[in-house]
Structure formats: C-alpha cells, structure tokens
Write a protein that binds this ligand. Structure first.
Ligand code: P6P
Length: 329
C-alpha cells in the first residue's frame, strides 16, 4: 500500500511544474504545520478553562485566550516565517498584515478564517480553518487592493475540518484531494484523489429558523423540497456543512435574511475558497441576489470584492441541486 503524505503530494505536484521554485510548497507546508497545532489545541478545548479556572489564568500564568485567537496566532506564526508571503489577512484582524513587498520577494497573499464556527467548540461540534491563496500583484500598491481579487484568481484553496477526524481538503486548481491526519505518525495522509461531488442528492442544508425572512423564491424552493421528500441537514458550522455536501452531495444555502440582507458568510475567506473546492469537484457555487438587488444569481468566484471582510449569500453543492434552487428564485 502506498502512503502519500500531504508533504510528498505537494512535492509531487510541484515537480510537474517546470521551473517551480518550491515557494508555493513552503506556504502549504506552513498551513499544514499550523493545522496540526490547531488540531491539538481544539482537541483540548475547555480543558484550559478548567485548568485556568483559578483566577482566570492557566497554569502557565497566561491569560486564557480564545481558541480562535490561538488558531490565528499559530497561522500567523507559521506563515510569517515563509519568505515568499507578501500579505496575510485574517477574519480576526480588521486590516491585513503586510509581511514584505513584491520587490522583497513577496509572491503570494494568504487570507484565512482561522477557526470558523468557533462558537460550536463549547459543545464539541466540528469547526474548521478555511484558507485562500492568491498571487501578490506588486503593481497594486495597497494591501487591501492587492487582496481584493475575484475568486477565479485563487491559486489554491482549502479547509481543515476538526471533526471526528482531522481532514485537510485542498485544491490547487487541478481537482480536489483529501487528507486525514494520522496522529500516530503526525502526518496528513492522502485518502482520496480527484474527489468528485455527487451530481445530485436529496439533501438541503439551511438554517430554517430564518425561513420567514428569506426572499420568496427560497420559500418556494423549501416547499418544493419538502414535497419532494428531501432530508435536511444543518450543523451551523460552515466547514462541517460544506464537507458533508462535498462528500454526500446536496446543496448548502445561506440566503439573504432580514439580519444579513447581503448574506452572512464572508466572500474572501469563506465563500471563495469553498466555491473553488466545490467547482473543482464538479459542483456549482453561486450568490443569489438579495431581494433588493433583483436579478438572478452570480458565480461566487466572479464577484470582484470591494473589501476583504465583505459578506455574500451562498448557494453551493451538486450542480443539479443548485439548479433546483435557482429554478425557484
Ligand atoms: P447561522 C458560524 O458562525 C458561521 O460563520 C458559519 O460557520 C456557519 O455556516 C454560519 O455562521 C451559521 O450561521 O445564522 O445559521 O447560525
């Protein structure tokens, strides 16, 4: 049996590109390293609270940090030491961090949500890290402007799901590969190459508590799905809901709501990376217009961002299931 680690897989991929410098490989290995560290911390969620219960500080005398800040710091530390990264941006920081200019070797930009759905940690529900890698465009002066590229410009995207196992799903634009962390050897091991999303499946994933405030087309879709005896699966943690959709098929939706008329999920580090993965696996990922904006849906990857924290609506999953939603909008 041939065991392929994430590291050897990336090196194999790199060797397919004449003139590859290994810079990109270094970035992915930094994310892999940070992911192992985050997984170890997530598996200890709440234990630190207990230890730190006496006077609010843990045994090391450090003030108790929230896990998403720990995850953020791990990623910033691992990525910061990579010499080819120009800009890093995180959900946890309003402004991006400029590490080095293009002229100083900054070739890539990395933007991430260090621990999406971290509120689920308290109840041991799966959470995840989502990342997107863009080329740095040295001709664009500002860090924010450099980052605000459409999702079609992503050179890689992926997520790590801290669930019953720790799963690393990655695309570099040539299909989707899935790895699982084997704690006994401390490596992510390739378990599925060229993963394809099932073309159809009678499952939808949406927070139905918001149903009344969805635009009418979504209500018509839900009535249709109920009549067609669809099943409903919603965890409330995007990485977990999208991972299930990727493996089992179906459709994940975050429609416009009264609270978030333009959608709740973040374009740059939630919707775009997930859209690249779903499309690379043969599915579809669109952003329905909110009722006010009229018009139909646009391909998420073609949205030109105006800010790194902007939100969007999301409908993604099996092509046939996305089509069933659009047909009712
Ligand atoms: P709601 C978690 O807070 C998150 O950002 C995503 O992980 C998840 O898909 C969504 O929000 C859940 O939102 O409004 O259904 O609780």
């Amino acid at each position: 049996m041939n065991i392929t680690s994430l590291q050897s897989h990336i090196l194999q991929e790199e060797s397919r590109y004449q003139g590859a410098t290994g810079d990109f490989t270094w970035i992915l290995s930094a994310i892999s390293l940070a992911a192992k560290g985050i997984a170890a911390q997530v598996r200890r969620a709440r234990i630190e609270d207990v230890i730190g219960d006496h006077g609010g500080a843990n045994v090391h005398g450090e003030t108790q940090q929230k896990l998403d800040m720990i995850a953020n710091d791990l990623l910033m530390t691992c990525l910061g030491s990579r010499p080819t990264i120009a800009v890093v941006a995180s959900e946890e920081h309003e402004e991006p961090t400029i590490l080095r200019r293009g002229a100083e070797g900054g070739k890539y930009c990395v933007i991430f949500d260090p621990l999406d759905g971290s509120s689920n940690l308290d109840v041991s529900v799966s959470v995840g890290t989502i990342f997107s890698i863009l080329k740095n465009d040295p001709s664009i002066p500002g860090a924010v402007e450099t980052l605000c590229q459409p999702g079609t410009h992503q050179v890689a995207a992926g997520y790590i799901l801290y669930g019953s196992s720790t799963v690393f799903v990655l695309t570099t634009g040539r299909g989707v590969n899935m790895f699982v962390l084997d704690p006994s050897i401390g490596s992510f091991v390739l378990v599925k190459s060229n993963l394809r999303i099932p073309p159809a499946a009678k499952t939808y994933s949406v927070n139905e508590a918001n149903r009344r405030t969805f635009p009418e087309g979504f209500q018509r879709y839900l009535d249709w799905a109920h009549a067609e005896e669809y099943s409903s699966r919603y965890i409330g943690s995007m990485v977990a809901d999208v991972h299930r959709t990727l493996l089992k098929g179906g459709v994940f939706l975050y429609p416009p709501t009264s609270k978030n008329p333009l959608g709740k999920l973040r374009l740059m580090y939630e919707a775009n990376p997930m859209a690249m993965i779903i499309e690379q696996a043969g599915g579809a990922a669109v952003a329905p217009s909110s009722a006010e904006r009229g018009g139909s849906a646009v391909r998420i990857l073609e949205i030109t961002p105006s800010s790194i924290h902007q939100r969007t609506t999301v409908v993604l999953g099996s092509s046939a299931e996305v089509e069933n939603v659009l047909r009712h909008l």
